[in-house]
Design a protein around this ligand. Structure first.
Ligand code: SF4
Ligand code: MG
Length: 329
């Protein structure tokens, strides 16, 4: 029996916009049915990774395979049969839904784009269960996006993304444009749908507390590169990279045991510019543990379990210093 291909395989992905090195050598695999959270500050390049996967932009270098097919350089026409395999939900539903289209037309649009000719009656019959699946009444199909709340609009985006039954969903900060009061319900909906339907998901977020709802694995991105990958359990329990440790120290968590050990680490300066990233370790200008070698030598990726951390101080067993307990000097 041949093994089933992974939902997503990204290898050595590079995306430069002129002199801006938005993505600089990212490799990431998502098996079928698994959720990887791609975490990092705004400007780290994580949305650009998502956009390369759905081919909104064509990468400078590297490859993107979806369900085993290399889609990196396929023309629009040759991409068409693979379109339904991957869908994206954007951050801001107000901007991503066409205000002139009825909700029913919006949700059915991926079927039309995939070249399927369907009657209005068939379309309505396909759309109604999609709307119900995301917690909306079927009548919403006859409304315009502006007649709905932000949370309802994002549910429409999710219904549209899932109508083609994709193997892979890219969710790019799906709740960060929504009122805090509805963020949890939309995340819970995504988590429930993922469990029921079993699609793989690349969940892009700057918010580590959202990851607890919806991730099997975590990939931490800093200035165009991955600095740490691993299971959610391992990374929450034993983050190895100083940047991951700092992010976790600042994220609110529900677990009181973890809360007790936490000591927020302030990273100080903003993210350096992707025009001219620091030499050696890109995190060194903000790392509380940086030393001489960090400026001259790019840290290798040290394997830890199923993942890795790229820091000179991380030992092969995954242990190393923790910026949350290190003495301030
Ligand atoms: Fe900090 Fe150096 Fe490790 Fe980079 S390599 S995270 S600067 S200690
Ligand atoms: Mg973004």
């Amino acid at each position: 029996m041949t093994p089933q291909p992974n939902a997503l395989e990204i290898a050595d992905l590079v995306m430069h916009f002129g002199p801006v090195r938005a993505v600089d050598g990212v490799s990431l695999t998502i098996p079928r049915g698994r959720v990887t959270a791609l975490v990092g500050e705004s400007g780290s390049g994580k949305s650009t990774v998502g956009r390369c996967v759905v081919r909104l932009v064509e990468p400078t270098a590297g490859t993107v395979r979806i369900a085993g097919t290399d889609v990196t350089h396929l023309s629009r026409r040759r991409l068409r049969p693979h379109r339904g395999a991957v869908s994206i939900v954007f951050q801001d539903p107000a901007a991503s839904l066409d205000p002139r289209m009825l909700v029913g037309e919006i949700v059915a649009e991926p079927l039309r784009l995939a070249g399927k000719r369907i009657s209005r009656r068939d379309r309505d019959a396909r759309v109604a269960p999609q709307l119900e699946r995301v917690g909306l009444r079927a009548e919403v199909a006859r409304r315009y996006p502006h007649e709905l709340s932000g949370g309802q609009r994002q549910r429409v985006s999710i219904a549209r993304a899932l109508i083609s039954e994709p193997m892979l969903l890219i969710a790019d900060e799906p709740t960060s444009a929504l009122d805090v009061s509805v963020q949890a319900s939309v995340l819970n909906l995504l988590a429930d749908l993922q469990r029921d339907i079993g699609f793989a998901c690349l969940f892009i977020t700057h918010d580590l507390s959202a990851v607890e709802y919806l991730a099997d694995d975590i990939a931490v991105m800093y200035l165009g590169q991955l600095v740490e990958t691993g299971s959610r359990e391992r990374i929450f329990a034993r983050p190895a990279h100083p940047y991951t440790q700092a992010l976790l120290s600042a994220a609110p968590v529900a677990d009181p045991v973890r809360q007790r050990h936490r000591q927020p680490v302030l990273l100080g300066d903003d993210l350096p510019s992707a025009l001219d990233p620091p030499s050696g370790c890109r995190f060194r200008t903000r790392c509380p543990l940086a030393f001489d070698r960090c400026a001259t030598e790019v840290p290798a990726q040290t394997a830890i379990g199923d993942g890795m951390a790229a820091c000179h101080l991380v030992r092969p067993d995954g242990t190393g210093p923790d910026v949350r307990t290190a003495d301030p000097s």
